[in-house]
Design a protein around this ligand. Structure first.
Ligand code: KG4
Ligand code: ZN
Length: 349
């Protein structure tokens, strides 16, 4: 009776997710518990295009969103009538994809007569740290989101109070992994493929650029790195060089690229920690699934006495459970009206 069940929906990009979380009924506060979380990946649909095709993504959400909700309810052993609130990520993302999840959430909130809570996908990525470590205090912290669309550092005073410190001026880290994977003739999405190839490679085989490394700004740039990988593939004869690397060169190229990305992410995060004086670090987004990155980041944080919170991979890549931040918003009275819209880009609520 003092507990509240939340249905959370995720359709910002190319994963259709639904989750059931249980939290204390507001005004009581506490970290919600994940009862179930399911994701239907669209990777198979987008693979042959080498990236996410927005219209295909929208259509796949249309067919998958209700089955995922059904499955999340079934796994949690609860029914629609048990739900006390419905949450959905409404920004940032692909508009056509966001609309599908939002419309499903609105219909359910209206039919069940429960609150609707719109959440920010990036705040969700960082809140995943708190969900993954429910008995620890994660906030206040430096927040790092490293995904396919974002590479951003935040000063998070609380889960709903994250101030942007800096981000990428061009490609996101995950986007760089995806583009370099494509240059190397590896599959999509590129992150896991590059990581696999890098295992057999020498991270110091190629001296790839590390942008902004010795710069006071908390900014990232990965497009020069991507171009450097292309030049390395082409070799000395840039005009007529091959556009595909020799299979023997792929592990070294992958390992050297990955190390360059990790070096920059670790250095800039260290800079943000020094600058803010914060002693906790929360990390989210698909790139945080990368084992080398996790290891290097944890080593750096250990050295400077900072506690690191990186969720397991399933909570780093897109999922609905992270929209469980909605229970914090509900406790703060931040519910949405049924005419709430989606937003492609970053907006402040
Ligand atoms: O957070 P996410 O699932 O979706 C977005 O919100 O963008 O992140 C997806 C990104 C992709 O670019 C993918 O290549 C990257 O995360 N990624 C990885 C790894 N797993 C996923 N990058 C590096 N290493 C990985 N193991
Ligand atoms: Zn994401």
């Amino acid at each position: 009776p003092d507990r509240l069940l939340l249905l959370a929906i995720e359709t910002t990009c190319d994963e259709t997710g639904a989750a059931i979380l249980e939290g204390p009924k507001p005004p009581a506060e506490g970290v919600p518990r994940i009862l179930s979380s399911v994701v239907s990946s669209q990777i198979g649909l987008h693979k042959r295009f080498g990236g996410v095709v927005p219209e295909i993504a929208s259509r796949a959400h249309v067919t998958q969103v209700l089955p995922m909700i059904d499955e999340a309810l079934r796994r949690a052993g609860v029914g629609l009538a048990d739900l006390g609130a419905v949450a959905v990520a409404t920004r940032p993302g692909l508009v056509g994809a966001l609309v599908v999840g939002l419309t499903a959430a609105k219909a359910l909130a209206l039919a069940l007569d429960v609150p609707l809570i719109a959440v920010d996908h990036l705040e969700g990525h960082l809140y995943a740290c708190q969900l993954a470590f429910p008995d620890r205090q994660v906030f206040p912290c430096v927040g790092l989101v490293v995904s396919g669309g974002h590479t951003s550092l935040y000063h998070c005073r609380g889960p709903l109070d994250c101030e942007l410190l800096g981000g990428t001026v061009d490609d996101a880290a995950g986007e760089a992994f995806d583009k370099v994977a494509s240059l190397l003739g590896l599959g999509y999405p590129g992150g896991p493929e590059v990581e696999r190839a890098a295992k057999a490679g020498n991270p110091r085989a190629y001296a790839f650029p590390r942008s902004f490394l010795h710069d006071d700004r908390l900014a990232f740039s990965f497009s020069g790195l991507k171009t450097a990988v292309l030049y390395a593939i082409r070799g000395p004869n840039q005009e007529r060089g091959p556009v595909q690397p020799s299979p023997a060169a792929i592990p070294d190229l992958a390992a050297s690229f990955q190390e360059a990305v990790v070096d920059v992410l670790v250095a800039k995060t260290r800079q943000a920690l020094k600058q803010t004086g914060l002693k906790r670090l929360g990390v989210g987004g698909g790139v945080a699934a990368n084992a080398r990155f996790r290891q290097r980041l944890a080593e750096m944080a250990d050295r400077i006495g900072v506690q690191t919170f990186i969720p397991p991979a399933s909570l780093c890549t897109d999922n609905a459970a992270m929209a469980g931040i909605a229970l914090i918003k509900l406790a703060a009275g931040q519910t949405s009206d049924l005419d709430v819209d989606v937003a492609a880009g970053l907006v402040r609520p």
